[in-house]
Every structure is written in structure tokens, then in C-alpha cells.
Design a protein around this ligand. Structure first.
Ligand code: ATP
Ligand code: MG
Length: 550
């Protein structure tokens, strides 16, 4: 793995102080996804922060599935999350499930009841919401708040035994209905849910609420620095209350940072799932998705994603990051690594009339002009080649330096060719260009006789390999958070364009996940899912240039 940026951030400062003061002996962090969807680039930020923080101080990081809600969780998500974390380049120490701790959570809830700090409430969810109060008004106490410890213990056990229906009763913490912090107004800590759980099956019909479960999970694992996103800032007093009143032997501390928002996409798992369910995309790993699996399939590398996250740092300010910043990092990563080859996306045949029929010569092409260590390859050249349709214009505007009648250009790695004739079909469409070439002008021969202003790319027609290209645009057009307008109405109809053309014959064996820079077109990844030996599919990762600078 590359060297870590040593730049400081507020969580790092806390860790340094904690270690110096002896408050913690070893840094323990965790990444706690809920297995209710695939991970996205926002999760990558959290993964990097947690793993890299522990790494830097030679500590540990657990991967813990926060599976307290049986209804939305699935083992498919568990597996995909494990794969994505590994792919990003991180190794967890412990692999845990919150559901492994259901027994202990239940015991801690009993402890709260015995201490008079929790009670069973018969009110409906609506009644509880209505009596919670507002930011300016205190809440109202439940009429069931003062049940005896015995009655609470009895009712809670009967909840667990399955005597009540979903929603009939809940267990609430008994804290302060007048607290200025709404999260402390007797929050619900257990609910009844007769649902099958992916891990615990039908063993439980009561499930702990996230805000109660999370601090207990952290404390059980000896997590020292529990890092989460800013929405949980107001939950921190309750987090501390749970750890204290449940008498957890280890005391974790919660720290918050700003979640990542990226322009022109959606990041909520609910919305991503909607895109998948409504078939607006081709699954969670569709290259248009901001998921880790989508980015991987598009052609992103773990190195690029980690470098992006490192650039983001650990901030507290809200903001939307331009997706072009992410693109910057994949260009940087592939610049010196990717083979630079030629691909024609929209082919137009070009015939070299003075080139001998039936002859093929092999030309030498450098693999990466910025990285000579990548060496050279041989590419075939013969009488018929394909060029890019838009590299020819019959009536060009001024300053058009590519091919037009009477004009001469350089064929990359090959010769100068001059356009002599244009062949059209009955409908007036250009179907073929006829040129002559000058054998003196061979690339690398040191020819200095005359200069041409344009260089175009090409592939040899007799040996070219057919290829499909998938070109992407942002998934979401209008980023503005208009709550009244369903985001599905903002989808970009041009988010995917498919083109069919040819690549150099040497790429015939390219494996899924192999990455190339195609002259003038950008960086492409061999689609690992849809490519077959007779049909290579390339996903465009990113075009070559952007006006965006970081
Ligand atoms: P949900 O709405 O389903 O809770 P979530 O995005 O919070 O979705 P979790 O699985 O709970 O998903 O997230 C796991 C961890 O990743 C949490 O610690 C969360 O704070 C962090 N995380 C989630 N989204 C982002 C984001 N956009 N930027 C940074 N961190 C994030
Ligand atoms: Mg969450």
C-alpha cells in the first residue's frame, strides 16, 4: 500500500492525546455497515478513515455488521460488503455481527429495568411520536412510565416470549421528557418484530433499536474511537448514557465527521436500491452506480479510491464534492500504468489505394509515451484500415486539421495519408475514404520533408477485433435537493451510450478488469461481466481531460 498522508485531522489529534495520557492503550476502531445494501463511495470514506487511523497507530479495526433490523437485511449484502472492504485493500481484525450480541443486549436491558431506568410502554408508535414534544416544547410523560420494576420485568419477558403483536408494546429508556435533546426523551430501545433474521433465524421477536445497540456493540468489542457521521452528533449524549447506565466495562467515545456527498448521483441506500429494483440500472454493480462494485466494474482501482478519500480527509463541514475530483484520481493512477492503444468507436473505412494488396507490415508502437519502461508492441498495417468517423469531414470548418478532401494527416504510429476520394452510398452517406500514402513518412524513420497538422488513430481492418464500448454520463442530471420531485424523474436519459467498433488485434485476449488508455478517447476497462472471447466489452472509466483542477 502507498505511504499514508501524514496530514493531521481532529480525530488523529484526539488519538494522540488519548495515547499520551494513557486513556487508551491501543486504538480500536470499527466499520459498522448495516447489511441492507451494497457499499458506496461514501462508505469508502468511512472505511479509509477507520482502517487508516488504526493502522497508523498500530491498532485494530473490526468489521461489524450492524444487523439489528431483520426486515431489510440479507446475506447477499454481507458477502458483497466483505468483498468490497477486501478489494479496497483493508484487512479487518475481528469479523462480528451485532446479532451475536442480542443475548447481552437483552441482559443489559434487564439491568436498566432493574435500575428503574427502562419501562414497557403500551402506547402506539403514533402516540409516542405525538408526545415527544418539539425543539421548543418539552415532551409529555407516558401514562405507563411509572410501572413497577416487577411489572416491567414481567412484561418485557412476555414481549420476548412472543405474547404480543408487532407494535403492541415497546421498551423505553426512562431519562427525561423535558430534556432539550429530543434523543433523551425516553427513547425506544426495544421493539417487537415477528420477523426472520438472516443470522438468528426465529430465535428473537424483540429487536434492539440502533441507538441502544450501537454503543453496546462498541463497548463489547473494546472499540476506543467510534467514528460516525455528523447526523449522530445529537445522539452522543444517549450513546454515553447507554454505556454508563448499562455498566459496560469498556468505555468507547464517539466522534463525528461529515458524510461524503458527491455531485450528480444519489448516495442513500434506499435510493440506490430503488434504482436496482426498478431496473433503472443493471444491478448494484452497474458502472453508473456510485457503489464500490459499480466503480470497480467501471474500472476504478482501489488505489484511486483511497487517494480520493485521503484527499477528502476527516472534515466536519457539509458540502457536495464534485464527481470530477474522483475522476482526477483515476486518471492519476492509470496515467503511467495503462497500456496506450488505439480503438475506433465509430468506424469509417479508409482504403490506401497505392498500398500493395494482400500485404501486411508490422509497425512498432510505444506502449506508454510517458512510461518508456512499458516497452513497445507490434501492430499490423495494411491496405484497409478503420478510422474514426468524426476524424473526417467533407466540408470542414476553419482550423479542422484532421482528414478532408485534399488534406494530409499522420496516422498514429504509421504514415502520412492524403484524402483523394470520398465514396458515398445511395443516401449520400460517406461509406469509405480513399487515400494515398507516402512510404517516406513512416513513423520513427526520421522523416522531416514536410509537416502535417493532424494525427489520427486507426486500426487495421483485416485483423481488427470487434468491440463494444459503453460510454457513461452522470446518472442524475439535476442535483438540487427538491424533495417534492422524485429523484427518478431526474435521471439522465443519456447516462449510457453503446457504440460498436474495433480495437487492435493484440487486445483480443484482454481479460476482464484490464485497463487501457485509448488514444483520444480516455481510459477504458474490460467489462468483467459481459465480455466474452468473441465480444469484448469496454466500459469508459473517464475521458482524458477535464477542466476541473483540485
Ligand atoms: P442507512 O441509511 O441504511 O443507515 P448508511 O449510509 O448510514 O445507510 P450504514 O451501513 O449504516 O449506511 O453505514 C456504515 C457506516 O458508513 C456508518 O458508520 C456511516 O456513518 C458511514 N457512512 C454511510 N454513508 C456515508 C457517507 N456518505 N459518507 C461517509 N460515511 C458514510
Ligand atoms: Mg446507518
Amino acid at each position: 500500500m502507498e505511504t499514508k498522508s501524514s496530514s493531521s485531522n481532529f480525530i488523529k489529534n484526539v488519538v494522540v492525546e488519548d495515547l499520551a495520557a494513557g486513556r487508551v492503550k491501543e486504538v480500536v476502531t470499527r466499520f459498522p455497515p448495516e447489511p441492507n445494501g451494497y457499499l458506496h463511495i461514501g462508505h469508502a470514506k468511512s472505511i479509509c478513515i477507520n482502517f487508516e487511523l488504526a493502522d497508523e497507530f498500530k491498532g485494530r479495526t473490526n468489521l461489524r455488521f450492524d444487523d439489528t433490523n431483520p426486515v431489510k437485511e440479507d446475506t447477499e449484502y454481507v458477502e458483497s460488503i466483505k468483498q468490497d472492504v477486501k478489494w479496497l485493500g483493508f484487512e479487518w481484525d475481528g469479523l462480528f455481527f451485532a446479532s451475536d450480541y442480542f443475548g447481552e443486549m437483552y441482559e443489559r436491558a434487564l439491568l436498566l429495568i432493574r435500575k428503574g431506568l427502562a419501562f414497557v410502554d403500551d402506547q402506539t408508535a403514533d402516540q409516542i411520536r405525538e408526545t415527544r414534544g418539539t425543539l421548543t416544547e418539552p415532551g409529555r410523560e407516558s401514562p405507563f412510565r411509572n410501572r413497577s420494576v416487577e411489572e416491567n420485568l414481567d412484561l418485557f419477558n412476555r414481549m420476548k416470549a412472543g405474547e404480543f403483536k408487532d407494535g403492541e408494546k415497546v421498551l423505553r429508556a426512562k431519562i427525561d421528557m423535558a430534556s432539550p435533546n429530543i434523543n433523551l426523551r425516553d427513547p425506544v430501545i426495544y421493539r417487537i418484530l415477528h420477523a426472520h433474521h438472516h443470522n438468528t433465524g426465529d430465535r428473537w421477536c424483540i429487536y434492539p433499536m440502533y441507538a441502544f445497540a450501537h454503543p453496546i456493540e462498541d463497548a463489547i468489542e473494546g472499540v476506543t474511537h467510534s467514528i460516525c457521521t455528523l447526523e449522530f452528533e445529537d445522539q452522543r449524549p444517549f450513546y454515553d448514557w447507554v454505556v454508563r447506565e448499562c455498566e459496560m466495562p469498556y468505555v468507547p467515545r464517539q466522534y463525528e465527521f461529515a458524510r461524503l456527498n458527491l455531485s450528480n448521483t444519489v448516495m442513500s441506500k434506499r435510493k440506490l436500491k430503488q434504482l436496482v429494483d426498478e431496473k433503472a440500472v443493471d444491478g448494484w454493480d452497474d458502472p453508473r452506480m456510485p457503489t464500490i462494485s459499480g466503480l470497480r466494474r467501471k474500472g476504478y482501482t482501489p488505489e484511486a479510491i483511497r487517494a480520493f478519500c485521503r484527499e477528502l480527509g476527516v472534515n466536519k463541514g457539509y458540502g457536495v464534492v464534485d464527481e470530477r475530483m474522483l475522476e482526477h484520481f483515476i486518471r492519476e493512477d492509470l496515467k503511467l500504468k495503462a497500456l496506450r492503444t488505439m480503438a475506433v468507436l465509430d468506424p469509417l473505412k479508409l482504403v490506401i489505394t497505392n498500398y500493395p494488396e494482400g500485404q501486411t507490415e508490422w509497425l512498432e508502437a510505444e506502449n506508454n509515451s510517458e512510461n518508456p519502461e512499458m516497452g513497445h508492441r507490434q501492430i499490423p498495417f495494411s491496405r484497409e484500415i478503420y478510422i474514426e468517423r468524426d476524424d473526417f469531414m467533407e466540408n470542414p470548418p476553419a482550423k479542422y486539421f484532421r482528414l478532408f478532401p485534399g488534406n494530409e494527416v499522420r496516422l498514429k504510429h504509421a504514415y502520412f495519408v492524403k484524402c483523394e476520394e470520398v465514396v458515398k452510398d445511395a443516401g449520400g452517406n460517406v461509406v469509405e475514404i480513399r487515400c494515398t500514402y507516402d512510404p517516406e513518412t513512416k513513423s520513427g524513420s526520421g522523416f522531416t520533408g514536410r509537416k502535417v497538422k493532424g494525427t489520427i488513430h486507426w486500426v487495421d481492418a483485416s485483423q481488427a477485433v470487434p468491440a463494444e464500448y459503453r460510454l457513461y454520463e452522470p446518472l442524475i442530471l439535476d442535483d438540487s435537493e427538491d424533495e417534492d420531485k422524485p429523484f427518478l424523474e431526474n435521471l439522465n436519459p443519456n447516462s449510457l451510450t453503446v457504440a460498436h467498433g474495433f480495437v487492435e488485434p493484440g487486445m483480443k485476449e484482454a481479460a476482464g478488469g484490464e485497463k487501457f488508455q485509448f488514444f483520444r478517447h480516455g481510459y477504458f476497462n474490460v467489462d468483467p461481466k459481459d465480455s466474452a472471447p468473441d465480444r469484448i466489452v469496454f466500459n469508459r472509466i473517464v475521458s482524458l481531460k477535464s477542466s476541473f483542477e483540485i
